[in-house]
Design a protein around this ligand. Structure first.
Ligand code: SF4
Length: 342
């Protein structure tokens, strides 16, 4: 069982201490006896102690930087939402395939932003622009926000903020089961709480440092009982020997556990495994023993965002994945909605 995250090392940017949350967090980590260092900017954090790359990388992944979000211009976040809302970056999990390998390969530490009110004000402006259309904000584009929220309560604050909003909705996804502090948040049904799930093979070999499937499902039941709209992201859908049986078992487990009322407003998102060349380099450096299949010749090349091409499954394999998972969804959760398959 993965314990709730506690950083091994904390950096504080001086400007963060201008905010009540920055001061509170710094004090809290000091009281916990965690080493705290000052840094003028997270960009200055380069040399993590350690005898080799693996030790340095592991320490970086358990380092938390308390900082201030400077740019308040939000990225778009298709297909799951209109905008990405930036509360944190980085993650303490060690999923081999993680998308952060591409976007944050050289900065694997976690940053949490303490100017939460400014970030929410910026969200308000985006909502006003689109009103009376609903604007959805995705809080998990650059981190597993739930996994660090027991320390910061930033997400909890945002859930309550959107709970009061007329035109805003919040969405986030996690592989961690540490959700207890979020159960009493006044969400008013405006935040969709999603869990990232996969079959046993993928979780066992590629998702070290995250909660196991049974723990995630147990947490999903708690979240459903707290009245949150619930969702599951099956990602990355990965082909391996026995994948059809593996994904069927996953659906069976979900079906056997979820309370009836949660199925009425339940969403699924399906995302196939893909990788980029830069990500492959980082993955092979950080997890050289990985079993993850990253052979370009077995994939199909596709244009990606920012001009970086990605390697996806070949057309026939994609069709087979789509047919199989859609069939499972229809069998086990006929009332659920599939938001997208990509
Ligand atoms: Fe990446 Fe999510 Fe795994 Fe964290 S839990 S390492 S964000 S895939």
């Amino acid at each position: 069982m993965v314990k709730p995250f506690v950083p091994q090392l904390v950096y504080v940017e001086p400007r963060a201490l201008d905010y009540p949350l920055g001061r509170k967090l710094a004090r809290r980590f000091q009281d916990m006896g965690i080493e705290i260092r000052e840094t003028t900017s997270h960009n200055q954090i380069r040399n993590f102690p350690g005898e080799n790359h693996f030790q340095r990388y592991r320490l970086a992944k358990s380092t938390l930087v308390i900082g201030v979000r400077k740019t308040l211009k939000f990225d778009t976040s298709k297909p799951s939402a209109e905008y990405a809302i930036p509360f944190a970056t980085g993650c303490m999990g060690h999923c081999h395939y993680c998308y952060l390998q591409t976007t944050m390969g050289s900065k694997p530490y976690i940053r949490t932003y303490v100017n939460v009110e400014e970030i929410l004000d910026a969200a308000e402006a985006y909502m006003r622009e689109r009103a009376p259309e609903i604007t959805r904000f995705e809080a998990s584009c650059t981190s597993d926000i739930v996994g660090i929220d027991h320390l910061t309560h930033t997400l909890k604050h945002a859930i309550e903020y959107f709970g009061q909003s007329t035109y805003g909705r919040l969405r986030f996804v996690t592989k961690f089961a540490h959700v207890d502090h979020l159960l009493d948040a006044r969400h008013n049904g405006k935040s969709r709480f999603r869990f990232s799930v996969n079959d046993d093979y993928v979780i066992k070999f590629f998702e070290p440092g995250t909660s196991r499937l049974d723990e995630r499902i147990e947490a999903a039941v708690k979240v459903a009982e707290a009245g949150y709209p619930l969702g599951f992201i099956v990602a990355p859908i990965y082909l391996h020997e026995g994948w059809k049986a593996g994904y069927r078992e996953m659906f069976e487990k979900l079906e056997a556990t979820l309370p009836a009322h949660a199925r009425k407003d339940l969403t699924f998102e399906f995302i196939q495994h893909r990788f980029t060349k830069p990500a492959k380099r980082v993955i092979q450096k950080n997890y050289p023993m990985t079993k993850l299949e990253l052979n370009e010749s077995r994939r199909m090349w596709k244009w990606g965002r920012y001009g970086i091409g990605k390697y996806v499954y070949k057309t026939e394999e994609q069709e087979e994945i789509k047919d199989t998972l859609k069939r499972y969804l229809k069998t086990y959760f006929p009332e659920a909605r599939l938001d997208y398959f990509t």
